[in-house]
Design a protein around this ligand. Structure first.
Ligand code: IMP
Ligand code: MG
Length: 173
């Protein structure tokens, strides 16, 4: 399948540093807990974490909304829950991409019911025109058109996560 570079590793690096500076400023003196949504957001989480100059705990959650298709089913399942309580923590959900928003909308409700001190969302990519659920990231890297993106942790059927740039998938098998 063909891929084409869409956002270069240099552009990603600059954007992540910029986002980390804003997050560091906003969370100074707070109990920041980054919740990474597996698996696509792991690369973003690691880069973001390295650029932060405030302390942060990390935890991981795995949900599935897509199964093996590239179309959202709207059905969200928790495949792996958090290891720790988020009560009284300042939670920042780290997501790779918001598409329909169905996954995050479910996740946000679920996490709010666990009484965090605060709950915000950071997303590297936002495909706004595809939105079904009313959800907005508090911090966003790039707003992008309706293309299927792979690389920098994002996959198509578990492939392409290793690509260092964000790429458009041009042909689907
Ligand atoms: P949503 O529930 O439709 O917002 O879907 C969110 C999840 O679908 C993301 O966290 C990704 O894991 C996946 N996803 C949506 N669009 C893309 C894409 O263009 N490339 C790779 N994964 C995507
Ligand atoms: Mg994801």
């Amino acid at each position: 399948m063909k891929t084409e570079v869409f956002i270069t590793r240099q552009e990603i690096g600059a954007k992540v540093a910029e986002l980390a500076a804003v997050v560091s400023r906003d969370y100074r003196g707070k109990e920041l807990l980054l919740i990474c949504v597996l698996k696509g957001a792991v690369v973003f989480l690691c880069d973001l974490l390295r650029f932060l100059d405030v302390g942060a705990q990390i935890d991981f959650m795995a949900v599935s909304s897509y199964g093996n298709s590239s179309v959202s089913s709207g059905v969200v399942r928790i495949l792996k829950d958090l290891d720790c309580s988020i009560e009284k923590k300042d939670v920042l959900i780290v997501e790779d991409i918001i598409d329909t928003g169905l996954t995050l909308s479910y996740l946000k409700e679920n996490l709010l019911s666990r009484n965090p001190a605060s709950l915000k969302i950071i997303a590297l990519l936002d495909k706004r025109e595809r939105r079904i659920a009313a959800i907005e990231p508090d911090y966003c890297g790039f707003c992008i058109p309706d293309e299927f993106i792979v690389g920098y942790g994002l996959d198509y059927q578990e492939k392409y996560r290793n690509l260092p740039d964000l790429c458009v998938l041009l042909e689907f098998a």
